[in-house]
Design a protein around this ligand. Structure first.
Ligand code: FAD
Length: 810
């Protein structure tokens, strides 16, 4: 097995050593700058609350694995997990409602949980004033991770299997040769390695700097205090030594607070204070008199209101005092997700950082799978360090977004809510025109893009649109009017933010043929819709591949992770002597989608191209009003029309001529909202929502995108029997709603979950995609729970509007 050096002996590094050695990778050395086992990192003082339920299925999965694993490590010497249960209380109606939404996630991800009334809250947590809460969500399997005990137990086990742990070894250099890591140098020693995994916690950015890798995390201070003796606790049963807690862990998120028992004291954590990013260059000085480098001095003023609120919620605290506190340091990230993955240019260098104790063992397990097999076993689209574009990696941007993530950590966040900081990172060339027309913008990967246009407020809105207050937040009925106008006339869409790359060179076709699921080595002018699979046969992405010249392909891809994947395969081919280059052309080009029954009438007078010659899934380079363009006859909305691409500097002009030509035809300027409604009507999946690496093409209903007899990555691996299938579900009544992540129940039992959903202006009801067991069939009725309300949806044929594709053919 390869020699592995893990930098960092916190909960993540130690868990990884355990997981790697369990897989036969026994040549593992774990190095830490601190003394062992209490290194002074965040894990050394983590109070260890584990609330498992999370909007992200992957994060919930990491948490449930951590709970199971740590419970399994419990022994007389090590209490690695204390299953005291978790109680999240609501003090506002909005929070109470949101706990119902959270219960839906718990059901969808298979975590047992229930809503409880105020008196039951107080029964479970006797310090609580029942009159101060409106109800709560109780999760019996939540509890307290003993980070120190879990570190000990896993160190023992990994050591027995051959791992070596060394303290007081500060890694100062990552040794490399010919694009591969060869080891690390510490202040005193050198360690050879084939693989280096940085598990340096909030030092992750510094470790990344050693190898030119931007690790977008920000060390932030977070206050934790403990009280003096609480008299009322003396009367309560605790689970006895060595456990010092019998009471459930509590979250009071309306005031950014959480609580755990420490024997006769209560520990209180607080997120309501100002964001306090840590200056890493001053950390040594600032923590010189502290017990450890992850504990900054307590700033009492920041905690004053939290203490008052705690005494209100938990009246027995009025009889005690604050005994001590500190500003503990751990990592925050721009989107709240962890940083897992590989260096794009230095083979053998990996990171697993910005990970809570809650997710530590789950993250370590997936990292170990990834490192030992080459492919992660769970969907990492919200965790992979390759998920950010360059503009999102700017240090000031990372700082501002991570600070915002700290502020919002306990907020009720609507799935469509747009961030308020660091908007306008990237604007396409149509932006000014769109702003003038009253566009309401949302951002994706930093790009501002219209969600809808207020100037369309006069368009007729279809009947029966949902009255649901939550679903209509950050939303407008105009979306449905724009969707309908597209189906009836023609819509103009800004598609600039969708990432594009060019793959060029004499061997471009051969390299792409290996990476995508259908043959792209076809005549110039052919467009292929295909998938990129991983080595397990899971869907990494779906792409359109347009052959624009013999040695040139333009690909529409989903994310920077796709660009990374393509670059890796191109680099491997180049190392074998191939001629192939991958260039991200997203910023240098732009795209207008022109779709609808009148699209042809709109474009025909502007172009010399004989439009009849440009069939479905064909592309051509031509001009529109003398502007050089590339036109792709593809449509994400299921209507006749094109994606029209040009260089960014001609973009404004292109939009203007298309818009002017559309005026007499009733063309509507339409936003992302309409696009989403229309693509869901048409049965088109959205990668990251409806399908991920966890799903095979057969399961996701995309087997048509696999070329017959075509040899590609993941070929054969995806043939495993489907354990679940993606279905189209249509609400039985117009008032029903779904937005994604709601549980699907059959006979009262959760069997799957909704992946995405939209109100269909054509059907007048919500259409949703969701995973169900394979034996659920079209015509079957299922229950979709939305904020706790049971709604009936019927499994329908995959495509709701124009299944024969007549509209696309025109
Ligand atoms: P660490 O434990 O910090 O380990 C990283 C290690 O890397 C350190 O030991 C460090 O010394 C070492 N290292 C760094 N640089 C080098 C180098 N150059 N050479 C050698 N070694 C190096 N999470 C929860 O899930 N639940 C909670 O209730 C909870 N409460 C928290 C309360 C507070 C006050 C704080 C501060 C954090 C809390 N967290 C909680 C977060 C949690 O503690 C951290 O996310 C987690 O411990 C991180 O683990 P880690 O192994 O990644 O990092």
């Amino acid at each position: 097995p390869p020699r592995v050096v893990i930098v960092g002996a916190g909960i993540v590094g130690t868990s990884l050593a355990d997981e790697l050695t369990a897989r036969g990778h026994h040549r593992v050395t774990v190095l830490d700058q601190g003394r062992l086992p209490t290194t002074g990192g965040s894990s050394s003082h983590a109070p260890g609350l584990v609330f498992q339920t999370n909007p992200s299925r992957t994060m919930a999965h990491f948490a449930t694995y951590t709970v199971q694993k740590f419970r399994g490590l419990n022994s007389r010497d090590h209490l690695c997990f204390n299953t005291v249960g978790g109680l999240e209380v609501a003090t506002t109606p909005a929070r109470l409602l949101d706990l119902h939404r959270k219960l839906g996630w718990a059901k969808a991800w298979g975590i047992p949980a229930e809503m409880v009334d105020p008196s039951t809250c107080a029964q479970r947590y006797p310090l609580l004033d029942a009159d101060a809460v409106l109800g709560g969500l109780y999760t019996p399997t939540d509890g307290l991770a003993g980070a120190g005990a879990a570190i000990d137990a896993q160190t023992v086990r990994a050591t027995e299997r051959g791992a070596v742990f060394r303290g007081e070894q500060t890694v100062v250099e990552v040794l490399q040769s010919a694009g591969r890591v060869t080891g690390v140098r510490t202040t005193t020693d050198t360690f050879d390695a084939d693989i280096v995994v940085s598990c340096a916690g909030f030092w992750g950015s510094e470790l990344g700097d050693l190898v030119g890798l931007r690790v977008p995390l920000v060390p932030m201070a977070h206050q934790y205090v403990h009280t003096a003796d609480v008299t009322a606790l003396a009367d309560l049963p605790t689970s006895g030594a060595p456990a010092d807690a019998g009471l459930p862990i509590v979250r009071h998120q309306d005031d950014d607070l959480y609580y755990r028992q420490h024997g006769s004291h209560i520990g209180i954590g607080y997120y309501g204070h100002r964001p306090m990013p840590v200056d890493m260059t001053a950390l040594g000085d600032d923590t010189r008199d502290q017990p450890m480098p992850s504990m900054l001095p307590f700033t009492g003023d920041d905690f004053a209101s939290a203490w008052r609120e705690s005494q209100r919620l938990l009246p027995p605290l009025r009889d005690t005092t604050l005994a001590g506190g500190f500003n503990g340091v751990f990592s925050f990230t721009p989107d709240g997700g962890p940083m897992m993955g590989r260096h794009p240019g230095l083979d053998g260098f990996w990171v697993a950082e910005a990970v809570w104790v809650t997710h530590s063992a789950g993250v370590a397990r997936t990292m170990a799978e990834w490192i030992t097999t080459g492919t992660p076993d769970v969907d990492l689209h919200g965790c992979d360090i390759a998920r950010f574009t360059d503009i999102e990696l700017d240090r000031d941007v990372v700082l501002d977004l991570s600070s915002q993530a700290f502020v919002e950590v306990y907020d009720i966040v609507h799935p469509r809510e747009q961030r308020t900081v660091r908007r306008d990172l990237a604007r396409g060339p149509f932006h000014a025109a769109h702003r003038e027309r009253g566009a309401v913008f949302g951002q994706g990967r930093g790009w501002e893009r219209p969600l809808w246009f207020e100037s369309n407020a006069d368009l007729p809105v279809p009947p029966h649109i949902p009255a649901d207050g939550w679903a209509m937040r950050h939303w407008s009925p105009i979306v449905y009017a724009e969707a309908r106008a597209t189906r009836e006339r023609v819509g103009l869409y800004d598609m600039t933010s969708l990432m594009r790359v060019e793959v060029t060179g004499a061997d471009a076709a051969a390299v792409l043929d290996r990476v995508v699921t259908r043959k792209v080595d076809r005549p110039v002018g052919v467009v292929v819709y295909a998938l990129m699979l991983d080595h397990r046969g899971g869907i990494r992405s779906d792409v359109t591949v347009a052959r624009t010249a013999a040695d040139r392909f333009q690909l529409g891809v989903n994310s920077p992770m796709d660009v990374d994947w393509l670059r890796r395969h191109a680099a491997a081919a180049v190392a074998d002597g191939a001629d192939v280059q991958v260039t991200d052309i997203t910023a240098s080009t732009c795209c207008v989608g022109v779709w609808g029954p009148r699209a042809r009438a709109l474009v025909e007078p502007l172009t010399p191209l004989e439009l009849d010659d440009l069939g479905v899934y064909r592309c051509a380079t031509t001009t529109v009003a003398d502007i050089p363009v590339t036109m792709l006859r593809v449509s994400y909305v299921g209507e006749y029309g094109w994606e029209v691409y040009t260089d960014t500097d001609r973009g404004a002009e292109l939009w203007d001529v298309l818009a002017a030509a559309g005026d007499d035809l009733g063309a509507v300027w339409a936003g992302r909202g309409a696009l989403d409604c229309l693509r869901i009507e048409k049965g088109y999946r959205s990668w990251g929502h409806d399908m991920t690496t966890e799903d095979t093409p057969v399961e996701a209903g995309l087997s048509f995108a696999i070329g017959n007899g075509h040899n590609h990555i993941g070929d054969g691996a995806s043939d495993r029997p489907a354990t679940r299938i993606l279905q189209t579900l249509v609400a039985d009544v117009a008032a029903s709603m779904a937005m994604g992540h709601e549980p699907i129940l059959c006979d009262g039992v959760a069997v799957g979950y909704i992946t995405s959903a939209a109100f269909s202006p054509t059907l007048g009801r919500v259409i949703a995609y969701g995973w169900t067991p394979p034996d659920v069939r079209p015509g079957d009725a299922v229950t979709v729970e939305y904020f706790g309300a049971a709604q009936i949806f019927t499994v329908s044929e995959p495509v709701s509007v124009d299944p024969s594709g007549d509209r696309v053919r025109g």
